[in-house]
Design a protein around this ligand. Structure first.
Ligand code: AKG
Ligand code: FE2
Length: 147
């Protein structure tokens, strides 16, 4: 498990920069507390949509590794953080991750004979994920079984 605290100061011109650029989370699940300031957006139906903070609620985000284990039944979502000019924003994320030597593969109970991904060690996934952070299709392609 990894804990990450993010602080986004107010930005005089939010059109010039993002708080966090678009990405997918690599791990199994992200549990995010985003306080009460807007900023998180998900890419849905071809556009960026705000995930408005709800009082006393956490955001649960499926990561790439859970997408693979679920054989694409659960989808990792592209997301980013925008800034605003009025107030600072702080978020805290818990990333639930397997140990580096865990074997990741689509769960037998969900795939039948149609596994989309091969089995691999989680550390192989991380080694490939970070250098290719901005090309998620390329990341996922490497772990697919040949059609
Ligand atoms: O600050 C946020 O709301 C999201 C942060 C995030 O996406 C991340 O840390 O991976
Ligand atoms: Fe994220």
């Amino acid at each position: 498990m990894l804990l990450s605290a993010n602080h986004y100061p107010p930005c005089p011109d939010p059109s010039l920069t993002l708080g966090m650029s678009k990405h997918y989370d690599a791990q199994l699940l992200t549990i995010l507390h985003q306080g009460d300031v807007n900023g998180l957006q998900v890419f849905k139906d071809g556009e960026w949509t705000s995930v408005d903070p709800l009082r006393n609620a956490l955001v649960i985000n499926v990561g790439n590794t859970l997408q693979i284990i679920s054989n694409n039944k659960l989808k990792s979502v592209e997301h980013r953080v925008v800034t605003n000019s009025n107030c600072a924003r702080t978020s805290v994320g818990f990333f639930i991750a397997p140990s580096d030597d865990s074997i990741i593969e689509p769960a037998k109970s969900v795939v039948g004979n149609a596994a989309v991904y091969r089995a691999f060690e989680f550390k192989e996934f991380l080694l490939h994920f970070f250098p290719n952070f901005h090309n998620n299709d390329l990341v996922m392609e490497r772990f697919k079984l040949q059609a």
